[in-house]
Ligand binder design. Structure first.
Ligand SMILES: Cc1ncc(COP(=O)(O)O)c(C=O)c1O
Length: 370
């Protein structure tokens, strides 16, 4: 089905950037720059500068960024890692694939880790905290870092959805032991396939991730230091991401304008909760603009009829997928989020005219509700 207001619009995204992107790809192909060439190193350097850290290590997904960051922080069998119940499954799978036990705690109404719940989840086995900066909003990093310090824990930031978001002026992915980013095509900075990166100031962690992504091999000496994986960020993707990174500040500004337009248009609807979080210490980048309503299914069906595409992240709690073997945690906020959330169209291509259409449709829908 083609939507009047699509959730995202990858074709016009590419059309706007075509000359720059095509040049970057053709340069790689013409020069045979396919694996681990200067385009990857350039992108890593620019990403590290953007985030405000010493090192960035490109890998082939956000999942691998999480896996290698956790391994680099020494997480392994017998350890517990505290993260949130409301996140993408990859956050939890990375912990499981280190041989550690994920401990899922609830989120606050802003969808991020409820810091008040951390301390009671800590046990002698806890090795790390894994906050997730969901929807492009940074967690309360000052309190999380203070707790980690107090208990001697590593902090690995899942910043897959938050490149460019700040807390007290510091970027997501710059404050923990490591930050983990995803360049999945529909992220704020998305490639034309999977990609990810680890950001860190820790030279040893950066080196370990650099070896792990390349089958454990130190390319300078040929020595294999670990049983690693084939998980390098593709060089052509890095060239594309480097082009796109230059546009990211403009795209973030645009997303914030679109969020403000939604906010103006949707304020005051009693059956709707919109993201109106205090931004005195934060700058959100709105990877997703997420609203909450008890009549979600009816609303989505109505918006679809009006040609407006929406998504739900995520409908079924992770532990209800039996194959994952996770115990059900006590997380009331996450459960109501699963029932209530809808993400509205939001991308660098979303226009204010499209926001007007979405707002008008939402207002009509709620005016018809009892
Ligand atoms: C919060 C979060 N963590 C981790 C990931 C995993 O990233 P990737 O899909 O690049 O492996 C994602 C991707 O959607 C995500 O949203």
């Amino acid at each position: 089905m083609s939507y009047q207001v699509p959730f995202i619009d990858p074709r016009s995204h590419y059309a706007k950037l075509k000359p720059e992107i095509d040049r970057a790809i053709i340069d790689c192909l013409t020069n045979g720059d396919l694996v681990n060439r200067h385009q990857l190193k350039d992108f890593e350097q620019h990403l590290a500068e953007f985030v405000g850290v010493k090192y960035a290590v490109g890998v082939n997904s956000g999942y691998h960024a999480l896996l290698f960051a956790l391994l680099g922080a020494g997480v392994g069998p017998g350890h517990e890692v505290i993260t949130v119940a409301h996140t993408f499954v990859a956050t939890v799978s990375a912990i499981v694939h280190c041989g550690a036990q994920p401990v899922l705690i609830d989120v606050a109404p802003d969808f991020n880790m409820d810091v008040d719940l951390i301390e009671r989840a800590i046990t002698p086995k806890t090795k790390a905290l894994l906050p997730v900066h969901l929807n492009g909003r940074v967690c309360e990093m000052d309190r999380i870092l203070a707790l980690a310090d107090k208990h001697g824990l590593a902090v690995i930031e899942d910043a897959a959805q938050a490149l460019g978001a700040t807390f007290d002026g510091k970027c997501a992915g710059s404050q923990g032991r490591a930050g983990c980013f995803s360049f999945y095509p529909f992220k704020v900075l998305g490639g034309f396939g999977d990609g990810g990166a680890i950001t860190t100031n820790d030279a040893a962690l950066a080196r370990m991730a650099t070896l792990l992504r390349y089958n454990g091999e130190d390319r300078a000496t040929g020595e294999y230091h670990y049983h690693g994986q084939t998980a390098l960020l593709d060089n052509v993707q890095a060239a594309v991401l480097d082009v796109k990174l230059r546009h990211l500040p403009d795209w973030i500004a645009h997303r914030r304008r679109i969020a403000a337009a939604y906010h103006r248009g949707l304020s005051g609807i009693t059956q709707l909760r919109i993201p109106q979080f205090d931004e005195t210490r934060r700058k959100d980048i709105f990877q997703n603009y997420v609203i909450r309503t008890r009549v979600r299914e009816q609303l989505r069906a109505y918006l679809k009829e009006q040609g407006i595409e929406t998504l739900v992240h995520w409908q079924k709690p992770m532990w209800e997928h039996k194959g994952l073997g996770l115990a059900a945690p006590d997380v009331p906020e996450t459960l109501s989020i699963c029932r209530e959330v809808v993400s509205l169209p939001m991308s660098a291509e979303t226009t204010e005219a499209q926001v007007d259409l979405v707002v008008a449709a939402l207002r009509t829908f709620f005016s018809m509700q009892p």
